[in-house]
Design a protein around this ligand. Structure first.
Ligand code: EPU
Length: 441
C-alpha cells in the first residue's frame, strides 16, 4: 500500500509582489490562552492564527475543564471550574509549550502534574530551569514514572534567579505567581516581547506585575483576576520569515500589521544587505529587494538580538546572495542546523563548524526537501521559492504549526505554490527524506 503525505509543490524563481498582513503571534497567543485559566470569567482573545499549536492548546484548556469557543478568529475561553490538573501526555508530547501550563494550574489549583515534554526534532530541549525555579519558590516536586508532580506548600514567595534567561521558564513563573498571596521577584528574566504581552494581559485582568521587558520582574500576587478582551502582538517571526522570503526572491512587498520595534534587529540586517525598507505608517512598510544585495554575518541572540527562530530563514536567504555570509547560532548551539543538509543538496556551498554556518552564496537548484521543525520548514520554503524549477517540501505538519496557510498567502504574493498529496516511501529521521514523487493528487 502506498503511504501518502502532504507536500508543498513550489515552482520557484518568481519575485514576490503585493501586500501581506502579518498574523498575531503564536508564541504569545499560546501563553495568553494559558493565562485564561487564572480567572473564572470569560477571556476573549482576538484574531488568533489558526495554527495546529493553537488548536492543541485549545484542546489542552478543554481537558483542564475550560469551555472554549471560536467565533471566526476570536477565541472565547471560560475557565469557570477546572476539573483536571494533569496534562495529558498526547498533548504535552506534541507541544513543548504545554509545560507552561504548570504555572496557571499552580496559581489556580495549587498543584499540577506534567509528563516530561517532548523534545524537538532538532535536539534536546531541557526543562531544568523551570524545575529549579519552582523548587526555589518552595514548590514540592515529585518525579514519578515520567510525570512531574508540582504542589504548592504555601503562597509563592521569594526570588527566582535564572542562571540564563528562558522565555518559557519566565512565563511559567509569571503565570504561577500572578494569582495568590505572595510576592515573587524574577531575576535574569527573558526580555522577549511575548513576555511583555503576557504581563500586559495579566495586568489588564487585575494582576500587579512590573518590570516586564527588563531583567527584573516583580509579581505581587493578586487575590483575584477577572476577564479580559485582548489582542496579541503581531508575529515577529512570521514577519521575519516572510521578509526573508521576499528578499530571497528579489521581490517587493508591503507588510501590514507589523510592530517595528520588535523587528528592529531584522530591519537593521535587511538594510545592511541592501534591502530597502520604507515605513508607510506606524504598522506597515514596503520591503524592496530588487536592488543589489550583499552577504551578511548573523549571530542569533535573545531579544532584542536576532531570534534563533530566524536563524534558518536567514541562512536560506543568504544562500541566494553572492559572497560569503556567516550564521552563528548561540541560543541552541549545535542543534539547530538540520535543514543545512537540504540546502546543500540544492547546490549551496556551505560549511558548518560547531555553531557557525559559512555560506558561499549564489544560485540554488530545485530539490525534494523535508522540514523537521517549524522554522527549518520556513527556511526550506524560502529556498524553494528562490530556486528555479520545481521543489517539493514535505514535513507540512511542522510548517502548519507555525505558519498559517502559507501556501495561500504566498500565492497571493504571486508565488507558484500549492499543497498536494504525494507518495511517501522512506523518510529518514535525519531530515533527509527519500521520497517517491510525483504527486498523486
Ligand atoms: N533551556 C534550558 N533549560 C530550561 C529551559 C531552557 O537549558 O529549562 C535552554 C534551551 O535549551 C535554550 C535556551 O535555554 O538553549 C532558551 O530556551 P527558552 O526556554 O527561552 O525557549 P522556549 O521558551 O522553550 C521559546 C519559543 C521557541 C524559541 C525559544 C527561544 C515558544 C512556544 N517557543 O521556546 O520558538 O525558539 O523561545 O527564543 O514560545 C518556534 O516558535 O518555532 C520555537 C521553537
Amino acid at each position: 500500500m502506498v503511504k501518502i503525505q502532504d507536500a508543498y509543490i513550489i515552482n520557484g524563481g518568481q519575485p514576490l509582489a503585493g501586500e501581506i498582513k502579518i498574523n498575531t503571534a503564536k508564541n504569545s497567543a499560546l501563553f495568553l490562552m494559558l493565562a485564561a485559566l487564572l480567572t473564572k470569567e470569560e477571556v476573549i482573545l482576538r484574531d488568533l492564527p489558526k495554527l495546529t499549536d493553537i488548536m492543541l492548546m485549545a484542546d489542552m484548556l478543554e481537558h483542564f475543564g475550560a469551555k472554549v469557543k471560536w467565533h471566526e478568529r476570536d477565541l472565547y475561553i471560560k475557565a469557570e471550574k477546572l476539573t483536571s490538573t494533569k496534562a495529558p501526555y498526547h498533548l504535552v508530547g506534541k507541544m513543548r509549550a504545554s509545560f507552561v501550563a504548570i504555572g496557571p494550574l499552580l496559581g489556580r489549583c495549587d498543584e499540577s502534574t506534567m509528563p516530561m515534554p517532548g523534545g524537538c526534532a532538532w535536539g534536546p530541549r531541557p526543562i531544568d530551569r523551570h524545575i529549579k525555579a519552582f523548587a526555589d519558590l518552595g514548590v514540592e516536586i515529585i518525579e514519578e514514572a515520567g510525570d512531574f508532580m508540582f504542589k504548592k506548600q504555601g503562597p509563592l514567595d521569594g526570588i527566582v534567579e535564572f542562571e540564563a534567561p528562558t522565555v518559557g521558564g519566565t512565563e511559567n513563573v509569571i503565570l504561577a505567581a500572578a494569582l495568590g498571596e505572595g510576592k515573587v521577584i524574577i531575576e535574569n528574566a527573558a526580555l522577549e516581547p511575548e513576555i511583555v504581552d503576557l504581563v500586559d494581559m495579566l495586568n489588564a485582568m487585575g494582576a500587579k506585575i512590573t518590570g516586564a521587558g527588563t531583567r527584573t520582574i516583580v509579581i505581587d500576587s493578586a487575590k483575584e483576576l477577572h476577564g479580559v478582551d485582548f489582542r496579541p502582538i503581531p508575529d515577529r517571526i512570521e514577519a521575519g520569515t516572510l521578509m526573508l522570503a521576499v528578499a530571497a526572491t528579489r521581490g517587493k512587498v508591503v507588510f501590514k500589521a507589523v510592530n517595528f520595534e520588535h523587528l528592529d534587529s531584522v530591519i537593521k540586517k535587511c538594510y545592511e544587505a541592501g534591502i530597502k525598507i520604507e515605513k508607510l505608517d506606524d504598522s506597515s512598510f514596503e520591503l524592496d529587494a530588487t536592488g543589489k544585495l550583499y552577504p551578511l554575518d548573523i549571530v542569533t541572540k535573545e531579544y532584542p538580538g536576532i531570534a534563533t527562530d530566524l536563524q534558518a530563514p536567514f541562512g536560506a536567504f543568504l544562500v541566494t546572495v553572492e559572497g560569503t555570509s556567516t550564521v552563528e547560532e548561540t541560543v541552541y548551539p549545535l542543534h539547530r542546523f538540520k535543514h543545512v543538509a537540504d540546502l546543500e543538496r540544492m547546490g549551496a556551498e556551505l560549511s558548518l563548524k560547531e555553531s557557525t554556518l559559512t555560506i558561499n552564496g549564489g544560485k540554488l537548484i530545485a530539490e525534494q526537501l523535508h522540514a523537521i521543525d517549524i522554522r527549518a520548514g520556513g527556511a526550506l520554503i524560502i529556498a524553494a521559492l528562490a530556486a528555479k524549477g520545481t521543489s517539493t517540501v514535505t514535513g507540512v505538519e511542522f510548517i502548519e504549526r507555525g505558519y498559517e496557510e502559507i501556501d495561500r498567502r504566498l500565492r497571493e504574493l504571486g508565488a507558484d505554490i500549492h499543497k498536494s498529496e504525494i507518495a511517501k516511501s522512506i523518510t529518514g529521521t535525519d531530515g533527509l527524506s527519500k521520497l517517491s514523487i510525483p504527486p498523486i493528487s
